[in-house]
Write a protein that binds this ligand. Structure first.
Ligand code: BTN
Length: 260
């Protein structure tokens, strides 16, 4: 398979110091964790694959990533990101916002929204998933921001459970997109959204809330053994989902959205 990315252009037009490209990988997040030390030394670094054979989602889920999809992991040195630990969940939300911005600019005829904590949706279907992981020891901690976007992969070829709830940019627009171009746009926007988290946290939060599809809806969140239902009052500054329940406001640091 010829490389679907222009790697020179990628290095030229972004702040990346290193790109680790593989035609096929199990998972870019897994390789990023294995190569963490050398990648942190050259951060921001990117692990990029034309396809993944065992893409990982949150909570042990699989991420279907056929050729034509965009699957990558950005490795940052945690120390370079001056955010207190409790605000780290906002990184996944900032990444979702960045992808949302880029997709909205590429397909102005469609509406894209965030679905807390880490999905980007259009027409109620998932088009992007994000898996942020933190690894390493105290001095050399790395943040791995894994992003999968359905760009040129057709959902017609996906397993049924995926094709029923997901979509891709080319399926929606009826044309393929230049993967290097989409990737560069996302990386630049990711840079801007992460900087905004540090310099203008209130603005970042209000934009996240503006695009969060759950706001104002009655939702059920599964967290461990318990299920909490209430009206979504928004995302707070620590990236928690706030629900107005019969017993008052409840903050969910994490969880699975079961109903919305
Ligand atoms: C989710 O929706 O649960 C998160 C999906 C994250 C998928 C991306 S694809 C690139 C990176 N490598 C992985 O194995 N997972 C992330």
């Amino acid at each position: 398979m010829s490389c679907p990315f222009d790697l020179h252009r990628l290095l030229r037009e972004t702040s990346l110091q290193h790109v680790e490209y593989h035609p096929s990988l199990t998972s870019t997040n897994t390789l990023a964790a294995e190569l963490l030390e050398p990648l942190i030394a050259r951060s921001p670094a990117l692990v990029l694959a034309a396809e993944q054979t065992a893409g990982r989602g949150r909570r042990g889920n699989q991420w279907w990533s056929a050729a034509g999809s965009l699957t990558f992991s950005l490795v940052l040195r945690s120390l370079d990101l001056p955010l207190p630990p409790e605000r780290r969940p906002m990184v996944a939300i900032a990444a979702g916002l960045a992808v949302r911005d880029v997709l909205a600019s590429l397909a102005a005829n469609l509406e894209f929204s965030l679905k807390w904590p880490n999905d980007v949706l259009t027409n109620s279907r998932k088009i992007c998933g994000i898996l942020v992981e933190q690894h390493g020891n105290v001095d050399q901690q790395g943040l791995i921001i894994g992003i999968g976007v359905n760009v040129n992969n057709s959902l017609a070829e996906a397993p049924t459970d995926v094709s029923q709830r997901a979509t891709s940019l080319s399926d929606l627009q009826g044309q393929p997109f230049d993967l290097t171009d989409v990737l560069i746009r996302i990386l630049l926007q990711l840079d801007a959204r992460i900087s905004q988290l540090v310099s203008q946290p209130r603005l970042a939060l209000s934009e996240a809330n503006h695009h969060n599809v759950l706001n104002g809806r009655v939702v059920s969140i599964q967290t461990g053994d318990s299920r909490i239902s209430g009206t979504c009052a928004g995302i707070d500054e620590d990236g928690q989902l706030v629900l107005q329940t019969l017993n008052g406001l409840v903050r969910c640091p994490t969880g699975v959205v079961c109903e919305w």
